[in-house]
Design a protein around this ligand. Structure first.
Ligand code: NAD
Length: 281
C-alpha cells in the first residue's frame, strides 16, 4: 500500500496498544511511513519489539514498550518512558483486545438433546466473560485515562478505538466479545462528547472480516476453497470477499488527520465491504 504523501505526521507521537498483534503491528508499520514516532505497546514485548525493529530498519522511528493495558502502573510507566524517548502522546490507538474460548459457545443455536460435552451458554465461565470485558473495555479506558491527559489542548489530538461488526449486531457464539465491543462503540461516543471542549476527537473503526495469518486456516481449506464458515461470511458481505489489513489504513489515516476529519467526532466507521449494511435479504 502507498501511504499518500498528503499525510505527514512528522514530530507527532502515535501510541498504539496491542501493537504486537496482527492488525496493530501492521498498522504501526504503515503509520511509521507518515514520519510519526511510533510507540508500540503490548504485553508481549518480543512481538512488539520485532515490529519496532522492522520500522527502524526501514528508516522509521519506533520503540516497543512492554505494557499491560489492564494495569495503570504499567501504562503510566510506559507513558513516562515514551515522554523521555519521543515526547508526549498526540494520537492514541487503542488496539489491544480479543476474545476467549471460555466465553464462547460451541453452537450457534441452543437445541434440545445436544451431546453431553457441548459447551452451551449455560457453561460459559464467569472468569472468561470477565477476561473479555476487561481486556476490551477496561483495556481501552485505562490507557485513555493516562494518555488523553497528555493530549489535552494539543493541536490534532485524537483517539481511535477498535470496535467490531459484533457491536452493531452480535455474532453467534461470542456474547462477551460482542457486548464488550458494543461497549467500545458506546464509549467512543462518550469520549467524543466528554473531550469536545478540550480539543481531543475520538472515533472508532469497526473492521469487517479480514484474512490474517491467525484465521486463514479457519477460513480456507487446504485447496484454497472457502470453509463453510467462510462461505457464510462471504454470503453476508455484499462485496463478496474478505478485507485485507491494509484496507483499514485509509480509514485510520482519515480519522487521524484533522485536515480531513476535523469535524468528525464520535463515529464508528465500518470497514466491512457492506456487511453491516446488509440484512441478508
Ligand atoms: P491480535 O490478537 O493479533 O492482537 C492483540 C494484541 O493485544 C496481542 O499482541 C496481545 O499480546 C495484546 N494484548 C492482549 N492482552 C493485552 C494486555 N493486557 N495488555 C497489552 N496488550 C495486550 O488481534 P488482532 O486481530 O490484531 O486485533 C486487534 C484489534 O482489532 C482487537 O481489538 C480486536 O478485537 C480488533 N478486531 C479484530 C478483527 C479481526 O478480524 N482480526 C476484527 C474486528 C476487530
Amino acid at each position: 500500500m502507498q501511504i499518500s504523501s498528503n499525510h505527514n505526521f512528522e514530530n507527532k507521537v502515535i501510541v498504539i496498544t496491542g501493537a504486537g498483534g496482527v492488525l496493530c503491528g501492521f498498522l504501526a508499520k504503515e503509520l511509521a511511513k507518515t514520519k510519526a514516532k511510533i510507540a508500540l505497546l503490548d504485553i508481549n514485548f518480543e512481538q512488539a519489539n520485532t515490529f519496532a525493529q522492522q520500522i527502524v530498519e526501514q528508516g522509521g522511528v519506533a520503540k516497543a514498550y512492554q505494557t499491560n493495558v489492564l494495569e495503570l502502573d504499567s501504562i503510566r510507566a510506559s507513558n513516562e518512558q515514551i515522554k523521555q524517548d519521543f515526547g508526549s502522546c498526540d494520537i492514541l490507538i487503542n488496539g489491544a483486545g480479543g476474545n476467549s474460548p471460555k466465553a464462547t459457545t460451541d453452537n450457534e443455536f441452543h437445541q434440545f438433546d445436544l451431546p453431553e460435552n457441548t459447551k452451551t451458554f449455560f457453561d460459559l465461565e464467569t472468569s472468561g466473560v470477565e477476561f473479555v470485558f476487561n481486556l476490551n473495555y477496561l483495556g481501552t479506558l485505562l490507557p485513555t485515562q493516562v494518555f488523553a491527559k497528555e493530549m489535552l489542548g494539543k493541536q490534532g489530538a485524537c483517539i481511535i478505538n477498535i470496535s467490531s461488526m459484533n457491536a452493531f449486531t452480535p455474532l453467534t457464539k461470542i456474547p462477551a466479545y460482542s457486548g464488550a465491543k458494543a461497549a467500545i462503540s458506546n464509549f467512543t461516543q462518550w469520549l467524543a462528547v466528554h473531550f469536545s471542549k478540550v480539543g481531543i476527537r475520538c472515533n472508532a473503526i469497526a473492521p469487517g472480516f479480514l484474512v490474517s495469518n491467525q484465521n486463514r486456516a479457519l477460513l480456507f481449506n487446504q485447496d484454497g476453497t472457502p470453509t463453510a464458515r467462510a462461505n457464510k461470511i462471504l454470503t453476508n458481505t455484499p462485496m463478496a470477499r474478505f478485507g485485507e489489513a491494509e484496507e483499514l489504513v485509509g480509514g485510520i489515516l482519515f480519522l487521524m488527520d484533522d485536515r480531513y476529519s476535523s469535524f468528525v467526532n464520535g463515529v464508528v466507521l465500518p470497514i466491512d465491504g457492506g456487511f453491516s449494511a446488509y440484512s441478508g435479504v
